[in-house]
Design a binder for this molecule. Sequence first.
Ligand code: ADP
Ligand code: MG
Length: 839
Amino acid sequence: MEKICVAVRVRPPVSLETSGGVFWKVEDNRVSLHRQHDTPVSGTSYAFDHVFEETCSNARVYELLTKDIIHAAVEGFNGTVFAYGQTSSGKTFTMNGSADNPGVISLGVKDIFDAIQMMSNREFLVRVSYMEIYNEEINDLLAVENQKLQIHESLEHGVFVAGLREEIVNSAEQVLKLIESGEVNRHFGETNMNVRSSRSHTIFRMVIESKGKDNDSSSTDAIRVSVLNLVDLAGSERIAKTGADGVRLKEGKHINKSLMALGNVINKLSDGVKQRGHIPYRDSKLTRILQPALGGNAKTSIICTIAPEEDHIEETKGTLQFASRAKRITNCVQVNEILTDAALLKRQKLEIEELRRKLQGSHAGVLEQEILKLRNDMLKYELEREKLQLELEEERRSRKERDQCVREQQMRLQNHNSLVTSSGGNGSHSEEQNSKRQSFCEECSDSNGICQGGAFRTPCSKAAPNAFVVKRSNYSRLPEYSPLPDTFSNVADEDTWLKMNKGYIADLDSLQMTPATKVQSFPLNDGTPGCSNENYRDVQKLKRQLENVTEEKNEFQRKYSEEKILNARLTGEISELRQEVLVIREIPRRLYESVVSSKDFYEDLLCSMKSFAADGESSTAKKLVSISEIGSSLFSTLETNFLMAMDGDKSFSNNDSLVREQCKVVCASSLWLFLTYNISFRNEALTHLVLIAVKGCAQEEESTCWKEKLSSELNTIKEKYHGLEKDLDLNNKFLETSKEMYDSLEREFRLLQEERDSLLNKVSESSQTLTMVTDQKENVLKDYNTEVEKKKNLEEEIKQFSAAFACRQKSLVSFHSDLKSKIEKLRAQNPVSVPKSRG
Ligand code: ADP
Ligand code: MG
């Protein structure tokens, strides 16, 4: 929205004589009425965009008030400049000027052609017309024959005067010459107030069309059409003052009427958009032609001229009030473009490119790039993960192989155990031996750790069984843990077995309490910490945990940003596992050392027993010999096994427990011997045996500690995964919002395209209809012409007929008169009465 620019120009006084009353004083952009002693008259001060005092030249008025409008017109904006004021106040002087003080019109015309010269990227076509509104009739000043022209309105041209001559012009000189020729045709008249008073409103109109030159890539092919109106109004006048009568009076009435209509329009427009209501543009030809300039699509300037003389104060006040109201009017100005199909296409292409640029610059574009980058990262991490998984698989396979080997070893040892049991027992003695062996075991596993006979009491024997029970309870609490059935095949009853098969986690303590069969086949097996089983379970558990991790990894494949950290952690785990494997591989060597030392001790023990037995019974000596044989066979087997394990790198920590088993068998046999023969026992030997058991427990604790560490690390990894998942969800949501925005923009764009298409369709339909109507019109016109022709022919015929008829009538009348005279003659000659005919 743009306000109308309003200025006031004070004409120089006609005579220097002053009446000594009041005068108009100009200060900056304010004009006010002052008394002689420079005191302002209240309520008579007016402010405008510009106020020009008497000495101001037309060039200055043009510069400040009109130049912008002229330049805007060259760029495609409509523009209107008009002068308003009482007669003889200097309107024509402002618009037309004089030879030494050219007016707004001639300055503007020159400026337009200068501006056109400057715009080298566009082609221009300028047309000019010049008209006057005299007594509410529009006359063409460039073609005298064009009188009483009509105003029309169309979508394409807006309000226009039909039949007005438009001259295509190429230079300012050409235009000025045309104006000059038009001025000759203008109506002037002498009044009391002005020797050459304008008795009409004149409108000088320039239509400026322009189009971007073909070689200009930025042009859109659109044609800009702007209309520039430079209007010199006839002055309002008071009939009494002008002394008009006759023709002048009639002119004056029309002038005043149209100026009143202009005043009404200005009043309505100054009310503001909401209160406006109907604007009476159609009340006069002037307001109708100026419609686009007032409250429409045009940049408008009004120059209100005032006469400074005291006797014109009332008219001046009226002009100033008119100017004040006009100042409140706002126009909506825009470039006028006619879009050809090619121009439309080109413009849309530019718009699409603009949209695309916007989209590329928006966050969606950045996000897309980021997504691409993240996708690449994800692929990279996935590759790394797969590599690690392969390594893990490798590790698992080697573990499985080791497990298998250990199981085989275990089986072999069990076979040896059964050999020992079967070879050592016969009849009641064997049963006794078994029961004693059992009681020994029970005593060893007793929480108090008190052995029968104070001589065998040792503080170290307490810890091992207790720790073992605690450890098993811990296992049973782990949710993923499920004991291997084969480990308990000899001890679990049917119900427990079923429960285990269903994944139920049986309390191992309760398993220990199950029926007595448990000790019979493997007397020492249950009471010993099953190191191989424990480790096997650990391995299984680790396997499951690792599998879980792998599953989680698969599940959070898209959580790529932190994958690297996870991979690093997994690598750490693997290295830890490797370290553990190294520790496990150390075990056979340690076991081998234990076996060697146990063997030494055993041999010492046997030697001393043999020395005791040499004095005793021969059956004891025999037993000692058999024990010695069994022992050496056991030790040699163990040595061989461990050596094999060491050499083949198939060692397993469970061998330690096997050694302990064997040692306990030997120990039990020895104890039995000592108890039977009251031999004092060497404490060091027993301590040695117990130490081996303690070592096993220490390993268990170490293993538990390691597992706890591993599970805590796994928990940390899980937490990190969850965090990642949340972050990823947020990112996805953000991406979705961006996509939605993008989609809605696209939808909007499509809708606009559809709208445009439908408009184009409508336009083409309308043009088709127009063509049809034109055709019909032409047909009708043809018909009309033929009808007219026919009518003419008929008229001709009628004329001929009438002439013939008249001729006949004439001859008939003469015949009738002849007949009458003849009858009269006959009557006179023959006085016999003749009856009157009825015709
Ligand atoms: P209007 O068109 O308003 O009826 P004119 O423009 O015909 O009045 O001016 C009347 C007379 O006053 C003319 O002779 C004109 O030369 C003179 N005149 C008007 N304004 C000025 C001015 N600013 N400077 C000098 N002479 C002026
Ligand atoms: Mg005039």
